[in-house]
Design a protein around this ligand. Structure first.
Ligand code: AMP
Length: 300
């Protein structure tokens, strides 16, 4: 079953205590799409500028990612610069140049409109809502992400969107901002009352908590000696999770739990190198091997 993703394709400049990377491929939709493509075909909607290199386009196309919805606009591709602290769970945005992303209005090609699995990566919630209006068939799963910027600046639009979404994937800080509560469990209960049936709270190196009305599930992050670049961990987590759900076409609680482990596994590879570099060589076998290690890691 195919997956529709709408979000950003970017050039990132990343500063970490271990080193820097300049103008490397990034963006929420890029990470999501490549991670999801290990499991199921992906249809991407995003915008790039005229400066986007053909070889990066070819890389995405080589991964079972349909690029009909990747439009090229006059101008430069979106750019983001982030700096990580010594504690890599903390980062600051140093620079953000929207460029062609400033006027981005996602338009789904007709062949995208009946996708059974939909992921709305971090963009303006009004635009995320507009994507749902273009669907001709009710999807099996609509999931979305958001960031503090929209929680604070576009609250009514976000609340309207949450009523239409089954799964929300955010970090603990965003969960606190949405709920106005510092406690993550109480936050989750409040957010589940706003629409989503499943809430996934990403907690960086501490792993992921999954909340649904009748259950809580906790998964640690895979313990790594060195985290090189956490950028895109959240988006690749969501990509592998939804990729796995789309491939298995099973939204049962038990299967969502497996998907959360696949998401954690793929995210753990992504942070081992800058940008999407690790995903360029990662194989499905590598994923399966670490999945099995993950199972024994959490077994008792
Ligand atoms: P994550 O580390 O999961 O938050 O994802 C980081 C990715 O999101 C980077 O590759 C950025 O290019 C992209 N990004 C950062 N800020 C924004 C924004 N305001 N809108 C869309 N994408 C963004």
């Amino acid at each position: 079953m195919s997956i529709l993703v709408v979000g950003s394709v970017a050039f990132d400049t990343i500063l970490t205590p271990h080193g820097n990377a300049e103008e490397v491929l990034g963006g929420s939709a890029s990470y999501f799409a490549v991670a999801a493509s290990y499991f199921a075909p992906v249809k991407l909607v995003a915008v790039i500028g005229e400066d986007f290199p053909e070889q990066e386009r070819a890389f995405l196309a080589s991964r079972n990612i349909d690029l009909e919805g990747l439009s090229v606009a006059k101008g430069r591709t979106f750019r983001w610069t982030g700096k990580y602290h010594e504690d890599m769970n903390m980062r600051d945005t140093l620079d953000l140049q929207l460029n062609v992303f400033a006027t981005f209005k996602p338009v789904l090609p007709p062949s995208y409109r009946d996708c059974p699995f939909v992921f709305l990566a971090n963009i303006n919630p009004g635009l995320q809502d507009g994507v749902l209006d273009q669907l001709t068939t009710k999807p099996k799963l609509i999931a979305c992400d958001t960031i503090s910027h929209w929680i604070e600046g576009a609250r009514p639009e976000l609340e309207a969107l949450l009523k239409r979404v089954e799964m929300l994937v955010i970090n603990d800080e965003e969960a606190r901002l949405i709920s106005g509560d510092r406690n993550v469990v109480r936050s989750a209960r409040k957010i589940l009352e706003m629409g989503p049936k499943t809430l996934l709270v990403k907690r960086g190196e501490y792993g992921v908590l999954s909340f649904s009305p009748n259950s809580v599930f906790a998964v640690p992050a895979y313990p790594l000696e060195e985290v090189f670049d956490p950028t895109g961990a959240g988006d690749s987590f969501a990509g592998a999770l939804i990729g796995y759900l789309a491939a298995s076409n099973d939204l049962s609680e038990a299967n969502v739990r497996k998907g959360i482990v696949y998401g954690s596994v793929v995210a753990s590879f992504v942070v081992e190198d800058f940008s999407l570099r690790r995903l360029r060589t990662l194989t499905r076998d590598d994923i399966e091997r670490r999945y099995r290690q993950f199972v024994s890691l959490t077994e008792f």
